[in-house]
Design a protein around this ligand. Sequence first.
Ligand code: AKG
Length: 249
Amino acid sequence: VESELALFHRDGYLGPRPLADPAAFDRLRSRAGALIATGSALTGHGTYARHLDSPEVYQACVDSAILGCLRELVGPDLLLWNSSFWKVPPASVRTPWHQDALYWPTAFTLTCWIALTDVTEDSGCLTVAPGSHAQLAPTIECGPDGKFERAAEQAYVDRWPHRPIPMPAGNFVVLSDRILHASSPNNAEADRVALAVRFTIPSMRVYSDRLPLFEGHHSILVSGSDRFGLNKLGEPPRPRRPRSLSAPA
Ligand SMILES: O=C(O)CCC(=O)C(=O)O
């Protein structure tokens, strides 16, 4: 059997795998719509970095199956530096082929992409190009209707095999920040929702003053220790306490 590490180096991604804590996943799923609709008190943004203000998002980000997978790839020391919901309504613009490394304010990221709804080829699942993480793709401007400013050149993308990754809600994949990926169009009737969680290791600097980060941003040490001190670390959001009837007002 090939090790997780060997598979990751061959393909540039791992999974899908089920999350370990279905109850925490259900709490995330039932909060997601309201979180996206109201926006964060910290940034005003609905989809970005909600692990900093929502205990439900944070708990799903640090699911033990996710952390277990990441430790097999890069060892015990892990920083959580960002997350984003990807809510894709039916018939909306698809996510074009791209490599995340082009956008991130840190030199190394592993993404855990968690499906909040069942994702099929018809409802906009992720599609990856296995092996494409070994080199950077040439890019083109997307134009005003695109989701991104730049995307990978289609002729280059077509030189790689394409592998759709359908998965049931509550599963995740781990992506290299260099793997070419896109999502297929959502031709189903309901929204397709995912949470992409961004991790790095403490020896990498997260440039918090660059987009998409913001003033007041901090990373969270979610496993192991930080012997480098390069990044501003902070605490996760406090778990919501059930309101007690006898508590003083
Ligand atoms: O969910 C999607 O449509 C795309 C997600 C993605 O590109 C990412 O998380 O890097």
